[in-house]
Write a protein that binds this ligand. Structure first.
Ligand code: PEP
Length: 249
């Protein structure tokens, strides 16, 4: 079974609610019927406006993070049930920026993955190596460890529906895209790990994205690689025309 490609936009800490609604309206017109599955992940406070503007299109809306408890005294956090009730379908978990600046660890990533699944949210699990790790030749070993920890206690049935995003940290926001070969090599290694953990059926279904300076000029070639099922896109997802090209790549 061929995996449908997924173009996922991570808007990071950009756009006010009004600006986000305007971008979503433009995207709805331009990419509302794109060839690939399309997901946009705006900031929490923009979710309502973006969900409204996405109505009637095939574009799905996700969050960039969530907390791993159901509710309670966790000032400033957002619970999975809140997202679910709004109509959010996906949640990015373990982005390298959250790991670097906000203390996200492999353990909290795993807790969030399990909690997201419990609430019917599809986790987009991020992993990626630093430039130093790549130069030391430990990329695959590192990524395998991150994914094993992130997916601890996830069942095969649950794993099938997940999205994994391989995002080399040195390629995020730097314009230094990994080569098609570098990106595909790691995505293929992740698929091998999924075979080991869950079997070939799950590995054939799970979507593995590449992220790191994906743009309208390189998405087609990247998405044509055997083990790359689309992209997690930062900067270029803020430009409707560029993201539309990516959504059709
Ligand atoms: C990201 O934030 O996930 C990302 C890949 O950013 P960019 O496309 O800007 O490198």
């Amino acid at each position: 079974m061929a995996r449908t490609k997924l173009a996922a936009g991570n808007w990071k800490m950009n756009k006010t609610p009004a600006e986000a609604a305007a971008l979503m309206k433009e995207l709805a017109q331009k990419a509302g019927n794109a060839a690939n599955d399309v997901l946009v992940c705006p900031p929490f406070v923009c979710l309502d406006a973006v969900l409204e503007a996405a109505k009637g299109t095939k574009i799905m809306v996700g969050a960039q993070n969530m907390y791993f408890e159901d509710k309670g005294a966790f000032t400033g956090e957002v619970a999975p049930g809140m997202l679910r009730e709004m109509g959010v379908t996906h949640v990015i978990i373990g982005h390298s920026e959250r790991r670097e600046y906000f203390g996200e660890t492999d353990e909290t990533v795993n807790k969030k993955v399990l909690k997201a699944i419990e609430y019917g949210l599809c986790p987009v699990i991020c992993c990626g190596e630093t430039l130093a790790q790549r130069q030391d030749g430990i990329t695959i070993e590192w990524i395998r460890m991150q994914i094993k920890k992130a997916m601890k206690d996830v069942t095969a049935d649950q794993a099938k529906a997940l999205v994994i995003a391989y995002e080399p940290i040195w390629a995020i926001g730097t314009g230094m895209t990994a080569t098609n070969e570098q990106a595909n090599e790691v995505c293929a290694a992740i698929r091998v790990l999924i075979v080991e953990l869950y079997g070939a059926d799950v590995a054939n279904e799970i979507r593995i994205l590449y992220g790191g300076s994906v743009n309208a000029g390189n998405s087609k070639d990247l998405f044509a690689c055997s083990d790359i099922d689309g992209g997690l896109v930062g900067g270029a997802s803020l430009k409707a025309d560029d993201f539309t090209v990516i959504a059709n790549s």
